[in-house]
Ligand binder design. Sequence first.
Ligand SMILES: C[S@@+](CC[C@H](N)C(=O)[O-])C[C@H]1O[C@@H](n2cnc3c(N)ncnc32)[C@H](O)[C@@H]1O
Length: 208
Amino acid sequence: MSDYWDQRYQNEGMIWGETASPTADHARQLFAENGAKTVLVPGAGYGRNTRAFSAEFLVDAIELSPDAIELARKFDPRTTFIEGSALDHATGKTYDGIYCYDLIHLFEQMERDSLTVNLIKHLGEKGLLYITCFSDEDANCGLGKETEPGTYEYKPGKLAHFFSEEDLRRHFAGLTIVETGSVDEVLTNLAGETHTYRLRYLVATNVI
Ligand SMILES: C[S@@+](CC[C@H](N)C(=O)[O-])C[C@H]1O[C@@H](n2cnc3c(N)ncnc32)[C@H](O)[C@@H]1O
């Protein structure tokens, strides 16, 4: 998968611009209210979202693509970017907040399960996990070949899993779920064209 993302970052640079997702601001507020000091951002890309956290918290980020990391270290020098897979990389620490934006839907079931296990391993005592993913209410859901239940090759060679509320909750059944919701995220590409994605988010904690 790194090849696909490396090529995109080489050709398109900061693909989604400099502005963080509104969900990053939502997560930042929740983390601050919860007294967070440290934050982990898996699948951080070129640091568009890490910069929403790094002025306020100590931030580590895990990213697969070396090309994204090269951009990220310039864009957000306060964050520590670690090259590795969020499915199994262990930073050796736990965090007060974990913000995982639009990563989990890139994988089929076995890899999604590895990611959830690794996220939960990195969540500190009383920490908060904030995760976003494609919703089954998104316009792309159901396009192309269904490779597993809810997972479609919606563009040639590109898979995504589209989550229902129940499905997302099931992935994090090992945690206490604090909040779930839906948001429309508007992304602008380099040509200035906008595309709206329907996302789901979930906030969870390991406090019982
Ligand atoms: C949809 S992009 C989101 C990027 C970033 N969160 C943003 O919105 O600016 C998914 C990102 O996850 C990265 N990625 C894919 N598989 C990964 C893995 N196994 N571990 C860590 N990062 C991964 C990709 O390189 C890409 O940067």
